[in-house]
Design a protein around this ligand. Structure first.
Ligand code: MTE
Ligand code: MO
Length: 551
């Protein structure tokens, strides 16, 4: 260790490098945990850790558009948080190493962490500055204190005190040792027995304290999380969804059923989920308010109870993600209940200059669409129930927007908090500066569910089947072409309205060999599905779904 040589004289009274690194890492870990606990205690969601993760998504989500991934999956989100923690702990270890000779380092470096965390918490205006600062101060203070305590425990006592007589003098880290320089020839062999004896109990104390601190921080985090979660669960338990004022009947029967084709109404548990939130917002419905403001005559707020008390509609609407590839499954059809946007807008009195309905979620996500979509008669509502039950947390509890015929990224704000009327240029939604079109009407599309691509089927009678959709317009025909043969009409299932997808079936007598099947749809306005292949970015994929199978 040549780098150690010049400092040989003081090394004896410095904490060992592993101990110093551990001290710093534990300090950072504790600071992160305190950040979690404080944010729960202050109801300042997200915590610094999750806010930093969220800031990453805000910053880098756009660069993913080239590979046509609009959003992170659940695993990526876990990996992001884990990665953030691991990197932080590594930086903590470096801080600990640096602090062997620079006592001021932990305070400085931890403060930088604190500022970063507080900035991330407030940048989407989700957490108040005061709460963010308080959280940072607690986290930094306790984290720094832990690091210094551990560094202190890891610092060997001056040899004069090793005999155990009297109280040991506190040796500040990094102060030159009163001990005369050890001969460089035998740096580690000066009194091995003596040092072993002295370092064993102190090492035990160091490791014991480090372990205790970790356990305490972890337990504190769990307790705070459980307490915060319980409040929300208790509040949600008593919610009763009222009867809708106007109900949309589901088709009583379907003319056919092809096993393997997506169910007409997608079960909630199978409904796709897409959002940028790292931790699903746990909204307290008792304090939640929906705000309607901007270019309106009378801005107003409604509570959850008030929203549920308003006349509601129930509609079946197919919701699709713009990232859905041709043949993809980022699409679902559900029964939604809520208050028509037109009722809310009428009450607010929309001013003539308003062009865009811009909405924001409690976690700062935004989107916007032309105001006409809320007034042209299509389904457009603030929904609070999905498939007959209150909106699940993952799908936007307590309320979300559902607008027929618009991709989710421009319309379907979950954990809805604000509806703002503005001009078209007055605001851009989250995905717009990240390379996605400002307008996002759902494109007419169709999908083959059966047979699965690449599967083997029996010779003879074969039912091909799938779904086709053009929400707010409706599908009039679906056609299938086998082995690039002529387009032949498929049978269509029954639908609740033009706002939903339709199931289709095509009967064919399968001959042995390998085959391809393609599907195309025409909407109720007579427009044919676009056949040219286009990736999801910037405004939705086009092209025909084709599969191959063998008999
Ligand atoms: N708050 C919030 N709402 C959001 C999003 C989001 O990231 N945050 N994503 C949107 C997108 S891109 C889609 S496709 C739909 C998906 O709704 P689902 O998860 O209920 O299927 O939600 C929309 N609403
Ligand atoms: Mo989406």
């Amino acid at each position: 260790m040549p780098s150690e040589l010049p400092a040989e004289s003081t090394a004896d009274l410095l904490p060992s490098k592993p101990a110093a690194a551990l001290s710093g890492a534990v300090g950072v870990g504790v600071a992160i945990a305190v950040g979690e606990i404080a944010s729960k205690a202050l109801s300042a969601d997200p915590s610094p850790l999750y806010a930093v993760g969220g800031a990453f998504i805000d910053r880098f989500a756009g660069s993913l558009k080239d590979i046509a991934i609009q959003l992170f999956g659940k695993n990526d989100k876990t990996a992001l948080i884990l990665g953030t923690v691991i990197i932080s702990l590594c930086i903590g270890a470096l801080i600990g190493l640096g602090a062997r000779r620079r006592q001021w380092l932990p305070l400085l470096a931890f403060s930088a962490f604190g500022v970063f965390g507080a900035w991330a918490q407030t940048v989407r205006a989700e957490v108040g500055i005061l709460d963010a600062c308080l959280t940072a101060i607690y986290a930094v203070a306790i984290g720094v204190a832990c690091t210094h305590l551990l560094l202190h425990l890891a610092t060997p006592k001056p040899r004069t005190n090793l005999s155990g007589s009297g109280s040991p003098t506190r040796t500040p880290t990094g102060t030159p040792s009163p001990t005369p320089p050890t001969p460089p020839t035998s740096p580690t062999q000066s009194g091995p027995e003596e040092r072993e004896d002295a370092s064993l109990p102190s090492r035990r104390r160091f490791l014991g304290t480090a372990g205790g601190v970790i356990v305490l921080a972890y337990a504190g985090m769990k307790v705070a999380g459980a307490l915060a979660g319980e409040d929300v669960i208790a509040a949600v338990k008593n919610i009763r969804i009222p009867r809708p004022f106007r109900r949309r009947a589901l088709p009583a029967i379907q003319p056919f059923e092809v096993s393997g084709v997506a169910e007409y109404v997608t079960p909630t548990s199978e409904f796709y989920r897409i959002d940028t939130s790292l931790r699903t917002p746990n909204v307290d419905a008792s304090t939640w308010r929906l705000k309607i403001r901007g270019l309106v005559n009378t801005p107003f707020e409604v509570t959850y109870a008030e929203l549920l008390a308003m006349p509601s509609i129930e509609e079946v609407v197919t919701l699709s993600c713009v990232s859905n590839e041709v043949g993809g499954d980022l699409i679902g059809n559900a029964v939604w209940q809520g208050v028509p946007l037109s009722d809310l807008l009428e009450r607010a009195g929309v001013q003539a200059e308003a062009e865009q309905l811009f909405s924001r979620s409690v976690d700062g996500w935004t989107c916007g669409f032309p105001i006409e979509a809320a007034a042209d008669g299509r389904v457009a509502m603030v929904a609070y129930a999905m498939n007959g039950a209150r909106l699940p947390t993952a799908h936007g509890f307590p309320a979300r927007l559902v607008v027929s015929g618009l991709y989710g990224y421009v319309s379907a704000t979950k954990w809805l908090e604000t509806i703002e009327l503005t001009t078209w240029r007055g605001a851009n939604g989250f995905w717009v500066p990240r390379g996605w079109s400002k307008e996002g009407p759902v494109k007419l599309s169709s999908r083959i569910d059966v047979p699965r691509g690449g599967s083997r089927v029996k010779e003879g009678a074969l039912a091909l089947g799938g779904v086709a959709w053009s929400p707010s317009i409706g599908v009039s025909t679906v056609e299938v072409s086998i082995d690039n043969g002529p387009w032949q009409a498929a049978e269509l299932g029954n639908v609740a309205s033009e706002h939903t997808w339709v199931q289709w079936r095509f009967l064919w007598s399968a001959t042995s060999g390998t085959h391809t099947a393609r599907v195309r749809a025409t909407d109720r306005n007579g427009n044919a599905q676009v056949t040219a292949n286009q990736a999801p970015a910037p405004n939705g994929a086009t092209g025909l779904h084709q599969i191959s199978f063998s008999v």
